[in-house]
Design a protein. Structure first.
Ligand code: ARG
Length: 461
């Protein structure tokens, strides 16, 4: 029957049903290489503590490196009798180093401190890969903003026409949250950079092993401050999961814009053939599947975070087996973002905007009414009155089925004595845009500065 790690105390092996329930190699095998790296570092501190001779540590490391190569080639793989990545690799080590030498490696460590360390190693590496993929989306947005130049579009609130904005301004409004997601992972990494190795099952090791040496060898800034915390906490995993979920939500909001903009009714954007799909029955169809899958996966990414937090809630200290459930949610997030982000970056990079149509629609829906009100304020009219006067302009136009700039000088004067023909200066999209020239505003001069700032931020991350 299966070779369990706790043979001494037990008269029988696990029931098949327990083994089926307990087994995690189907998802934790991706940690095998990190596990071996951790084992090599552990062999080094056993040697430093005098628990392995010079010959023994050399033989141990040699066996571990042969095991690493066999894992990489697929020559060594878990069997159904292996409970988890650690037990499978222990079997592989015993097969290569012999049971006398191989059996010495487990001293002073537990699968509890091992798994807590491996998850951090894996997620720290993945956070760097994913950050690079997110920055590819940012760079695609920045490049599109560059191409868009001073092209205007209808800015919306409540999905209703609000005020004209630059297309570049809107595109960059999607870039900044993604830049913050990358910064979140960088901030998170400082907290994730403590190694639980040496915490043992929960109480630390009695064998004179140096957790700081293992931490340094594994690329951590140092060991955890508390062995119970090191083995029992998963806030580091949950925080990673939050950033992954937030990234998904940020992509989803951009995806929704693309989906809307690609409709016949909006007609703002055309998707590249390589990043859209057809219909098996309707020959005319061109569907925004990349954006829809981003929107769909955002729900899944949030679900992964929610599931993980729910697993952690109410768990007593220290290690509980429930913690084995921490891995699949974040592994799923990594896998989903890994396939989503390149497709998403490609979709964004290949969008073509109908800037003529966007420019034509920018002033519609009375989106320059605020400009009338603010022009009046600059003439000394109180805003309350100015809002009223601009509102009357809109109502007059609506009644007659005309636009604000169609109002004659007499119409304007009849609405308010303050409305001289000079108001026409702001009754254009260009005038409206240029007037919003405070920092962060949509004036072309400010958006050009913003573009440079976004490009610089992305290059620095
Ligand atoms: N496979 C477990 C996990 O993923 C680690 C093993 C700890 N098991 C135990 N019985 N203490 O969390």
């Amino acid at each position: 029957g299966p070779l369990a790690l706790w043979g001494g105390r037990f008269a029988s092996g696990p029931a098949a049903a327990l083994a089926d329930l307990s087994r995690s190699t189907q998802f934790d095998w991706r940690l095998a290489d990190d596990d071996i790296t951790g084992s090599v570092a552990h062999a080094h501190v056993l040697h430093a503590a005098g628990l392995l001779s010079d010959d023994e540590v050399a033989g141990m490391v040699d066996a571990l490196e042969r095991l690493r190569a066999d894992v990489a080639s697929g020559a060594f793989a878990p069997t159904p009798d292996d409970e988890d990545v650690h037990t499978a690799l222990e079997r592989g080590l015993l097969e290569r180093a012999g049971t006398d030498l191989g059996g010495k490696l487990r001293a002073g460590r537990s699968r509890n401190d091992q798994i807590a360390t491996l998850v951090r190693m894996y997620l720290r590496r993945q956070s760097r890969v994913l950050s690079g993929l997110v920055l590819d989306v940012v760079d695609a947005l920045v490049a599109q903003a560059e191409v868009a130049g001073d092209a205007p579009m209808p800015g919306r609130t409540h999905l209703q026409h609000a005020q004209p904005v630059l297309l570049a301004h809107h595109l960059l409004a999607h870039a900044w949250p993604l830049l913050r997601d990358v910064e979140r992972w960088a901030d998170w990494d400082a907290r994730a950079a403590r190694s639980p190795y040496g915490s043992g099952a929960l109480a630390g090791s009695s064998l004179g092993l140096d957790p700081a040496a293992v931490a340094a060898e594994l690329g951590f800034a140092g060991p955890v401050e508390n062995s119970i915390d090191g083995t029992a906490s998963r806030d580091v995993v949950a925080e990673f999961a939050f950033v992954a979920a937030m990234t998904g939500v940020d992509l989803s909001r951009l995806a929704e814009d693309v989906i809307l903009w690609a409709t016949k009714e909006f007609g703002f954007v055309r998707l590249h053939d390589a990043y859209s799909t057809g219909s098996s029955i309707m020959p005319q169809k061109k569907n925004p599947d990349v954006a829809e899958l981003a929107r769909g996966k955002a729900g899944r990414l949030v679900g992964d975070l929610t599931g993980l937090l729910t697993t952690l809630k109410g768990l007593p200290l220290a290690y509980n087996r429930d913690l084995q459930e921490d891995k699949e949610p974040v592994f799923d997030q990594v896998d989903q973002l890994t396939v989503l982000l390149p497709a998403f970056a490609g979709m964004v990079a290949t969008l073509t905007f109908d800037t003529d149509r966007m420019a034509a629609l920018a002033p519609q829906g009375f989106s320059l009414a605020t400009d009338i009100a603010e022009w009046l304020v600059r003439q000394g009219v109180p805003f309350r009155v100015a809002h009223e006067v601009a509102g009357t302009c809109v109502r007059t136009c609506e009644d007659r089925g005309i636009e604000l700039w169609d109002l004659s000088d007499d119409d304007l004067a009849a609405i308010s004595a303050h409305l001289t023909p000079d108001v026409r200066a702001v009754l254009s999209v260009e005038g409206s845009l240029a007037s919003r020239d405070a920092v962060g505003g949509t004036a072309p001069v400010r958006v050009r500065e913003q573009l440079a700032a976004a490009r610089e931020r992305s290059a620095r991350l």
